[in-house]
Design a protein around this ligand. Sequence first.
Ligand SMILES: *[C@@H]1O[C@H](CO)[C@@H](O)[C@H](O)[C@H]1NC(C)=O
Ligand SMILES: *[C@@H]1O[C@H](CO)[C@@H](O)[C@H](O)[C@H]1NC(C)=O
Ligand SMILES: *[C@@H]1O[C@H](CO)[C@@H](O)[C@H](O)[C@H]1NC(C)=O
Ligand SMILES: *[C@@H]1O[C@H](CO)[C@@H](O)[C@H](O)[C@H]1NC(C)=O
Ligand SMILES: *[C@@H]1O[C@H](CO)[C@@H](O)[C@H](O)[C@H]1NC(C)=O
Ligand SMILES: *[C@@H]1O[C@H](CO)[C@@H](O)[C@H](O)[C@H]1NC(C)=O
Ligand SMILES: *[C@@H]1O[C@H](CO)[C@@H](O)[C@H](O)[C@H]1NC(C)=O
Ligand SMILES: *[C@@H]1O[C@H](CO)[C@@H](O)[C@H](O)[C@H]1NC(C)=O
Ligand SMILES: *[C@@H]1O[C@H](CO)[C@@H](O)[C@H](O)[C@H]1NC(C)=O
Length: 257
Amino acid sequence: MCLHRELCTQGCQYSKKTEILKCGEAKSHAYALMKAVTSFLTFNFFFSIFFSLSLSLNVEAGHEAVLTCASTSKLCLVMVTWEIKSNTSCSLAYRNDRNETKLNCSERMMWKYSPDRDPALRIYPVNLSDEGNYTCEIASDMGNFHFSSSLSVIVPPTVTLTSDKSRVAVCQAAAGKPAAKISWIPASNNSSEEEFKHGNGTVTRVSYIGWVNSMHTTVTCLVTHPAMNQNLSLDLSGKKHHSVIACHHALFLLLFQ
Ligand SMILES: *[C@@H]1O[C@H](CO)[C@@H](O)[C@H](O)[C@H]1NC(C)=O
Ligand SMILES: *[C@@H]1O[C@H](CO)[C@@H](O)[C@H](O)[C@H]1NC(C)=O
Ligand SMILES: *[C@@H]1O[C@H](CO)[C@@H](O)[C@H](O)[C@H]1NC(C)=O
Ligand SMILES: *[C@@H]1O[C@H](CO)[C@@H](O)[C@H](O)[C@H]1NC(C)=O
Ligand SMILES: *[C@@H]1O[C@H](CO)[C@@H](O)[C@H](O)[C@H]1NC(C)=O
Ligand SMILES: *[C@@H]1O[C@H](CO)[C@@H](O)[C@H](O)[C@H]1NC(C)=O
Ligand SMILES: *[C@@H]1O[C@H](CO)[C@@H](O)[C@H](O)[C@H]1NC(C)=O
Ligand SMILES: *[C@@H]1O[C@H](CO)[C@@H](O)[C@H](O)[C@H]1NC(C)=O
Ligand SMILES: *[C@@H]1O[C@H](CO)[C@@H](O)[C@H](O)[C@H]1NC(C)=O
């Protein structure tokens, strides 16, 4: 809504030639005063927004991302545009005079609210290809404003802990973004790590630990990641039990066949 409309002699009109909104002549001093007050308020608002947008946004794949711009409800809004530079380039634009949105972005991107009040951008569900830079541009009677933010998509890894016959435990954190950190309890100086980078930006890390001379009955693999922390334990004595039971079972079958 253009709240200043009633204060302008001609209201808010979109000029096709200059692509700029003309707000007519100010009706009275009241308008000039109100404009000065709102400029001051919006300046403070934009100032505070600036800091929140200087931080990049981290969102987990599959979740909802909301990229904030600024409130437009107190502006005589002409147009608001989101320019998106991710794996592909696209834009989402709203023209206030026509109450119309044009876009060539994915159908997963839309306004979170009504763009004439709050042109926040909603992405749902977020996927890896959405990572990139998002710029919101507001064209209004009080000038044009730009806000940039960057979106990082994080993906929790799939964690497994296994062991093999040569008494090596293998902890794998597959296809995480960023790469997960793997550590062990008890800590060992005899562990090694491998890393595989995938084309979609995710990373698989595999950590190996040998426990030939270990006195411990369990090993625990600790996986640390911005989207999740997970501890997996392997019972080393339990493994022996399993093989003993399996052995008895085989003997039983042999005897009674
Ligand atoms: C959207 O349009 C812009 C400019 O017209 C173009 O550069 C961009 O490639 C288009 N994006 C898609 C996803 O079609
Ligand atoms: C603008 O269009 C939307 C639907 O596209 C509608 O819900 C809304 O009421 C319209 N707003 C105005 C001010 O006409
Ligand atoms: C992301 O979503 C687009 C559709 O908007 C789809 O084409 C693409 O395959 C998806 N990418 C991933 C990595 O899931
Ligand atoms: C980026 O797009 C290319 C093709 O345009 C595709 O092969 C690639 O998987 C995409 N990357 C991501 C992270 O979605
Ligand atoms: C986003 O901006 C940063 C810094 O300005 C740049 O390094 C990066 O390549 C941009 N990303 C995309 C997808 O354009
Ligand atoms: C691990 O550290 C112990 C002492 O804490 C040392 O005796 C042993 O040689 C080290 N092993 C390796 C593989 O570095
Ligand atoms: C990324 O690529 C890896 C390896 O191809 C695949 O296992 C994983 O599922 C992909 N992750 C996403 C989120 O697309
Ligand atoms: C270290 O681990 C390797 C297997 O990764 C194993 O062969 C070796 O015996 C282990 N050394 C010690 C001191 O535990
Ligand atoms: C994993 O274990 C460590 C050390 O015992 C502990 O500090 C941490 O809280 C545990 N994390 C989870 C997710 O259980």
